[in-house]
Design a protein around this ligand. Structure first.
Ligand code: GLU
Length: 513
């Protein structure tokens, strides 16, 4: 590649970034890094009607959380700024003028009502070569009339004059050459005098050119716009710097057919946004991957595989591996089912690879939220507790139900286990157990276990009943990690205290008939 790779992620701040947009950003990033190129973040905010406050900050925060680094952008600056389209009005005005001067665009004065009327009269009306001659525009009106209308401040748009009879070719790296007849295209609006802003198409092309973009990597939903973009590049005389296009496959529903939507997330219980989003208008809060307890590296790994595969069967890949392995040759053209269960699996697996200390640090806010004074226990204690239950969790928040008893003594005892294990003999046996535990020279799991088991055997007690009653007293239910690992961490005093409390509080169930 003679010129170095420059890609852009160009979201419109019209709401929270959808998870599909995140995947687009990620593929741009992977491709840029792989080629030692630059990743540009351009904010396409020319549609003032759809602007949503907070959306731009959200985009920045989401990319930052995921580690999708940006080289040039509103925050980063760079040699081709400004990177926000609403700050580039002069540039667009000049380029619109250029097309007008060349006769490749024209002014159109048709009002919304006039257009409406036409649509009612003519079936499948399209503003194009076949109809423009009967509309109110600078091709049909005398020059003085056009000048007068503009001078008097009448609202107008500038339309791109698309000539029929041409075959437009889009070179898509995934799909090969996509050809389309120019006859089917309409004379797209490029600029609106009403808000003195260009439309998406014009701004997008002008900026891709001026920002020296080499590859346009975006969602499949933009494929229909690509022929127009090719024609615009040509009209400006930039055909030799035309970027390569990559239209990524859609993300599909996890079940059934069709595009992934927010409703699928609500229905099946997974977020479709990277971060939680508080809608400024409706106040509705939508779940985010971050707040749902996903690790950013798990989300990145999961998303990378939705539409691309490494060509072998590797699944767990950190970002450096992804950068190294990524290739358009292994991107699929057909939609990718959003297998959110796989996302959970990735998170589980990444959590297993996270150190106990790191997990403990992530767990502290959860502990605090549940009223536990984490400082009283200390990081080493929390990390030990985490190490014993982490194999059972998919999310950091799952640590709480699984490790709660390390921080709070049980206040209730699982009824069915009480019924099964807490016979009228049990208070006495548990009192003996207290003496055995107190007499232990070492409370370490490996030292305590054989002594307790021998005491059970020597007395002819039922192993299952005694051990389960012991667990019930200490944990509150009959499940959890290895019993003597639990008591080692709790320490002899806390263990004994819990057994005493159980003796005092568990009611002996009536004998079963
Ligand atoms: N502003 C468009 C969007 O919101 C950009 C599409 C493109 O990448 O060309 O996705």
């Amino acid at each position: 590649m003679s010129e170095s790779v420059r890609v852009r992620f160009a979201p419109s701040p019209t709401g929270p970034l959808h998870i599909g947009g995140v995947r687009t950003a990620l593929y741009n990033y992977l491709f840029a890094r792989q080629n030692g190129g630059k990743m540009i973040l351009r904010i396409e905010d020319t549609d003032s009607q759809r602007f949503v406050p907070g959306a731009e900050e959200y985009i920045n925060e989401a990319l930052e959380w995921l580690g999708i680094g940006v080289d040039e952008g509103v925050r980063q600056g760079g040699p081709y700024g400004p990177y926000k389209q609403s700050e580039r009005r002069d540039i667009y005005r000049r380029h619109v003028q250029d097309l007008l001067d060349k006769g490749m665009a024209y002014y159109a004065f048709d009002t919304a009502e006039e257009l409406e009327q036409k649509r009612a009269q003519v079936a499948n009306f399209q503003y194009d070569a076949s109809t423009r001659g009967s509309m109110r525009n600078s091709l049909t009106l005398p020059a003085e009339e056009v000048k007068r209308l503009i001078d008097e401040g009448h609202k107008y748009v500038v339309r791109f004059k698309i000539e029929p009879g041409r075959v437009v070719e889009v070179n898509d790296l995934l799909r090969g050459k996509v050809s389309i007849k120019s006859d089917v295209l309409d004379d797209k609006v490029l600029y609106k005098s009403a808000d003195d802003l260009p439309t998406y198409h014009l701004a997008n092309i002008v900026d891709d050119h001026l920002m020296r973009i080499t590859h346009v990597i975006r969602g499949e939903e933009w494929l229909p716009s690509a022929p127009l973009h090719v024609l615009l590049y040509e009209a400006f005389g930039w055909a030799d710097t035309m970027p390569a296009f990559v239209h990524l496959p859609l993300l599909l529903k996890p079940d059934g057919k069709g595009k992934l939507s927010k409703r699928d997330g609500d229905r099946l219980g997974f977020p479709v946004f990277p971060l939680e989003w508080h809608d400024p208008k409706s106040g509705v809060v939508s779940a985010g991957y971050r707040e749902s307890g996903y690790l950013p590296q798990a989300v990145v790994n999961f998303l990378a595989l939705l539409g691309w595969n490494p060509g072998d069967d590797s699944e767990m890949m950190d970002v450096d591996t992804l950068i190294q392995k990524f290739s358009f040759a292994h991107c699929s053209r057909s939609g990718a089912k959003f297998a959110f269960e796989k996302g959970k699996w990735f998170n589980h697996t990444y959590l297993q690879q996270t150190s106990d200390e790191e997990l403990a640090t992530l767990f502290i806010p959860v502990l605090e939220a549940n009223g536990v004074d984490a400082g009283r226990f200390g990081l080493a204690y929390i990390a030990k507790a985490v190490s014993m239950v982490k194999s059972r969790i998919n999310f950091v928040a799952d640590l709480w139900p699984n490790a709660r008893f390390f921080f709070v003594a049980p206040t209730e005892y699982e009824a069915k286990s009480v019924k099964k294990r807490w016979s009228d003999q049990m208070p006495r046996i548990m009192s003996e157990l207290i003496d055995v535990l107190r007499a232990l020279p070492s409370f370490a799991s490996a030292d305590a276990e054989p002594v307790v088991l021998k005491w059970i055997e020597d007395n002819g007690y039922h192993l299952g009943n005694v051990m389960n009653a012991f667990r019930l007293a200490v944990v509150g239910e009959c499940k959890g990690p290895h019993m003597f690992d639990i008591t080692e961490l709790l320490g002899v005093e806390e263990t004994v205290k819990r057994i005493k409390k159980a003796i005092d509080n568990i009611e002996i169930p009536a004998p079963q008939q």
